[in-house]
Design a protein around this ligand. Structure first.
Ligand SMILES: Cc1cc2nc3c(=O)[nH]c(=O)nc-3n(C[C@H](O)[C@H](O)[C@H](O)COP(=O)(O)OP(=O)(O)OC[C@H]3O[C@@H](n4cnc5c(N)ncnc54)[C@H](O)[C@@H]3O)c2cc1C
Length: 586
């Protein structure tokens, strides 16, 4: 094995979290920083005039190669897990920028009570109302502690939107249910596509409170506090699952990489597949560096004084398990922490709405649209409902592309193939839209991640095994969401409405979202969490974890604003305190 000269910091993963940390360390300290990214090099220029639906959206150009490494999945601890062979319910990224290249850029914050879910739910409804077998814990931080970091994340990407609550003052037209924010959005809301305008009118007519969807595909030209400028969106329709051809959509390659490439103390190495964080248990525990396979296939040891793990939920958890750092979670005894609280946002379309008029849905942007939070979190009373928590409904103007967006017909069309179906599918192609729903997934004691005893990746390392399924709480929330979704679709003036099927078992084939969370959760004590609230590992003070694997519970909102906010918080703690006085942060 080759051993390289030691560096001050090694960062595993070149996505949103890894590159944000690299940018912060590079700009604010003189220390040497190496980012190891297992995928290809990418630049924002790669996407200019390259909007090929077949390549990006059918053949998944930007996504993880499951032929090299996948995960296995089972519903309960007594089942045998089976490897997932095709990209389905989630679409992890690979290559510079990670999933932040092909993400949807919806940029909402969590509700304040998500961070203190156990406390707030117990206080309001009593411990008896918590779902059976739950594993809800508090994060160890409060809304007031995270809000300034949300604001920094907002400014980093220039998010477009309209505030509904600035320092406690509610503002009509914004999200009046949101936690108090300290400032207005950096840029005004995006345009509202026609389909989303129907949703907005319907929500208002039903007495709800729609607001412009927070969008990191920005409405107008913006220069962020780092001096990085991006143009406004022109609603080309190639957004989610694509890189943005003009960089209106914030991506690590257009927001962070241009700065990192100028930083002399930071280097990014592509094609470097980290297999282990080398760990020394003695003296309270310490990471010594990482071993990886470099782009030529050579096994390499990179010694480092600090290790930052930003390789996304599954890989963060797996690398800790493979490296033997911390006690793996055991659902039978409740002991151990690594792998616990696996959750996956409840994301689906409660109703499909078919309209008489064309909707022009070939134009749009993944986050351009309208959302409402009237049934999110605990914004509505659950005293007489058979479930806890909730989610947001949305009408989004995502570009409908001709391959993936084709084929929906209403129930009145009886043909399922042949000439009649083809004619109907062409007719309805631009007359159909979905009411979207994004909801919370409660953490349960026997939903967790561990190493698969049977299946291995291309290097011979055990796959990560997921044990996860939907439970009564999610199923009942979904039933509620379907009824509301149908109500909204009808109020939009749809000619025909097709309700979604109720939730049965967790389905690995249907894309849900890549908002999988937990595994290396944060908290106030090492008994219940893997890292403290700065992402610092309890058993290795020089190892910091970043990303949604830190989320103790699942909020309904998309995760990236929260994981960027937490990464900023970790960066501040490292730069301002840890580097000066290494050791456990308090
Ligand atoms: C289709 C899609 C749509 C999305 N839409 C939204 C949205 O609208 N809003 C939102 O908030 N979020 C969205 N997300 C989620 C968002 O992309 C993620 O939250 C974000 O990218 C996570 O950043 P990360 O740095 O934690 O991980 P990633 O972006 O996944 O980056 C991790 C990187 O680590 C690398 N890596 C992994 N293992 C190793 C290893 N062993 N060695 C070296 N490198 C490794 C990977 O190749 C990858 O590049 C979406 C995701 C997808 C896929």
């Amino acid at each position: 094995m080759k051993t390289l000269p030691a560096v001050d910091a090694v960062i595993i993963g070149g996505g949103w979290t890894g590159l944000l940390m690299a940018k912060e360390l590079g700009a604010r300290t003189p220390i040497s920083v190496v980012v190891l990214e297992r995928g290809k090099a990418r630049h924002k220029e790669d996407y200019i005039a390259d909007m090929d639906e077949l390549d990006y959206n059918v053949r998944f150009r930007l996504m993880q190669d499951y032929g090299l490494q996948t995960v296995s999945l089972r519903y309960t601890t007594s089942d045998r897990a089976i490897p997932i062979r095709q990209l389905g319910s989630f679409m992890p990224g690979q290559g510079t920028g990670g999933a932040g290249e092909h993400w949807g850029a919806v940029f909402p914050r969590f509700q304040p009570d998500v961070f203190e879910l156990l406390k707030s739910t117990t206080e309001k409804y009593g411990a008896k109302r918590l779902p059976e077998g739950h594993s809800i814990v508090d994060w160890g931080i409060t809304w007031d502690e995270i809000e300034p970091y949300y604001t920094r994340a907002d400014k980093l990407v220039g998010v477009s939107g309209k505030a509904g609550n600035i320092r406690g003052k509610l503002i009509e037209g914004g999200n009046i249910f949101e936690g108090a924010r300290s400032e207005e959005y950096p840029t005004p809301p995006t345009k509202v596509p026609y389909y989303a305008s129907l949703f907005e009118s319907a929500a208002k007519s039903l007495g709800y409170h729609p607001y412009p969807n927070p969008s990191a595909a920005i409405s107008k030209a913006y220069t962020n506090p780092d001096g990085v400028s991006r143009p406004g969106c022109f609603y080309c329709g190639f957004c989610d699952r694509f890189g943005c051809m003009v960089s209106a959509k914030a991506q690590p390659t257009n927001t962070l990489l241009p700065l990192i490439e100028k930083q002399k103390n930071v280097s990014l190495r592509n094609g470097c597949w980290v297999r282990r964080i080398e760990y020394d248990k003695s003296g309270g525990g310490r990471a010594r560096g990482v071993t990886y396979i470099d782009e030529t296939g050579e096994e390499t040891f990179q010694p480092a004084s600090m290790v930052f793990l930003g390789s996304w939920t599954f890989n963060n958890t797996r690398l800790l398990l493979l490296s033997g750092i911390g006690e793996p979670y055991d659902p039978a005894t409740g002991k151990g922490v690594v792998g616990r609280n696996l959750t996956h946002q409840v994301s689906f379309s409660p109703a499909q709405a078919f309209f008489e008029k064309p909707l022009n849905r070939f134009m749009g942007a993944a986050p351009a649209g309208v959302r409402m939070s009237d049934f999110d979190a605990d914004c509505f009373d659950h005293s007489n409902l058979p479930f806890l928590r909730g989610g947001t409904f949305a009408g989004i103007g995502t570009g409908f592309q001709p391959i993936v967006g084709f084929g929906a017909v209403p129930s009145s069309v009886k043909a399922r193939w042949g000439a009649e179906w083809k004619k109907a599918a062409v007719y309805w192609y631009d007359r159909v839209g979905n009411v979207g729903f994004a909801g919370e997934h409660i953490a349960y004691k026997d939903h967790y991640m561990d190493l698969d005893p049977t299946y291995k990746d291309h290097l011979g390392d055990p796959l990560l095994r997921l044990t996860i399924n939907w439970r009564d709480n999610e199923r009942k929330m979904v039933e509620f969401a379907i009824a509301k979704g149908v109500e909204l679709a009808r109020a939009m003036g749809a000619k025909e409405v097709v309700p979604a099927s109720p939730y049965g078992q967790y389905d690995t084939r249907r894309y849900q979202s890549t908002h999988v969370q937990g595994g290396t959760i944060m908290g106030k004590s090492p008994e219940h969490s893997v890292v403290n609230t700065y992402g610092q590992h309890w058993q290795a003070s020089n190892l910091f974890i970043m990303g949604a694997s830190m989320f103790a519970n699942n909020g309904s909102a998309n995760p990236t604003p929260t994981l960027l906010a937490l990464t900023y918080r970790t960066a501040d703690a490292v730069v301002d305190r840890y580097i000066k006085h290494p050791g456990q942060l308090t």
